[in-house]
Design a protein around this ligand. Structure first.
Ligand SMILES: [Zn+2]
Length: 376
């Protein structure tokens, strides 16, 4: 299936692709009118006659979300903050450099520098995921994707309701961003989506079922909103949960090829992690032990990486989208990009010993978590 919605007529050239994970009858209520016709056609083509909902990734390349993250990056570069990787987790990829303004008209330079200064003053010091204001901004800008402005000049539906100085900043920076960077970044986002979509179609149903099974939580029934952005924060991706909203960088060197596919499912796993975090908390408390920070997160990385590795090795994914990766030699993301270092140093060994037997079907979920807690 190719992208279902490709509407270049709108000013901001919005782009969305639905990647369907399973055959079934399309849940009409969850589809916007523009997508319904093609989606139903696809559902009919694929229908197995069941009434199950259709799990879907809804992948977007949205103008405002991209502008917001790009300004955040530029402001962090200006402040000298880490932009690509927290020092606690692995080694940093080559440094990003501030966007060049050489040759820009003076008024564009002024508008852009004012916007970067606005972000540098406060927003750039906040965490994209952990700060609730940043979460709200990201969610709201994602919803405003098709709006020409955020003040509601073009339509009352486009009144963002965000802080007025932020709205003003983004509206003023928008023409500069559109003229100089958006086309290239949007292209990179679309390419990333085109690269990942065939892998999702070929291996996504199986992997989503495996993850739901491992985490003892149903795969989310609603479409998963994914905003693909050129810059996606220090880790290249993050997921907020109210509602579930994935933001993934198309440009980050760690998110390419099969790793992009692994990242998509790692991020999705955040919506399934409830039973894991509860069980870890319970088992450590029962033993009067401090709960290791991030053990649950290392477990999520470990699990997705291991399942992708196994699915590749068993030949589920055999298509050209592997891009030269040798399935039997696939190194999961966390190992490949040095996540098991610093505070995460001991997690890999622990997970190998006590979590892997559960993935192998040898012990139960509760036993695996109990053993992890006993061993720590
Ligand atoms: Zn994560």
């Amino acid at each position: 299936m190719t992208p279902l919605l490709r509407d270049r007529s709108r000013r901001n050239a919005t782009f969305a692709a639905l990647v369907l994970l399973a055959a079934g009858t399309w849940a009409k209520s969850s589809v916007c009118a523009a997508q319904a016709g093609r989606a139903e056609q696809l559902a009919r083509q694929q229908s197995s006659g069941t009434e199950s909902p259709l799990p879907v990734f809804e992948l977007h390349s949205g103008f405002w979300v991209n502008l917001h993250h790009f300004l955040y990056l530029q402001a962090r570069l200006r402040k000298g903050n880490s932009v690509s990787m927290d020092s606690k987790r692995g080694t940093a990829p080559p440094n990003e450099v501030p966007a060049s303004l050489i040759g820009f008209p003076a008024e564009e330079i002024r508008a852009w520098q004012a916007a970067v200064a606005f972000y540098a003053k406060d927003l750039a010091g906040r965490d994209l995921l952990l700060n609730s204001d940043m979460e709200t901004i990201n969610n709201r800008l994602s919803e405003m994707e098709t709006c020409a402005d955020l003040e509601g000049k073009s339509s009352t539906a486009c009144r963002s309701g965000l802080q007025s100085d932020l709205v003003e900043t983004l509206d003023r920076a928008a023409p500069v961003y559109r003229a100089h960077w958006w086309a290239e970044q949007d292209r990179a986002n679309r390419e990333w989506i085109a690269q990942v979509a065939p892998m999702v179609r070929q291996m996504g149903v199986q992997l989503s079922e495996q993850l739901a099974d491992v985490y003892q939580r149903p795969w989310p029934a609603r479409r998963l909103r994914v905003d693909v952005v050129w810059y996606g924060g220090p880790y290249g991706a993050y997921t907020s949960l109210n509602p579930t909203h994935l933001t993934i960088s198309s440009h980050d060197a760690r998110n390419q090829g099969v790793y992009g596919f692994e990242v998509l499912f790692h991020e999705s796993s955040h919506a399934l992690a409830g039973a894991v975090t509860e069980a870890i908390a319970r088992e450590f408390r029962q033993r009067d032990k401090p709960i290791p920070r991030d053990l649950w997160h290392a477990l999520l990385f470990y699990t997705t990486g291991e399942l992708v590795r196994r699915d590749l090795a068993y030949g589920t994914m055999t298509i050209a989208s592997l891009q030269g990766a040798v399935p039997s030699k696939y190194q999961p993301y966390a190992a490949r990009f040095g996540l098991y270092s610093g505070a995460w140093e001991g997690f890999r060994g622990l997970l190998d010993l006590y979590w892997r037997p559960y993935l192998d079907g040898k012990i139960s979920f509760d036993t695996a978590i109990a053993r992890l807690a006993s061993a720590q």
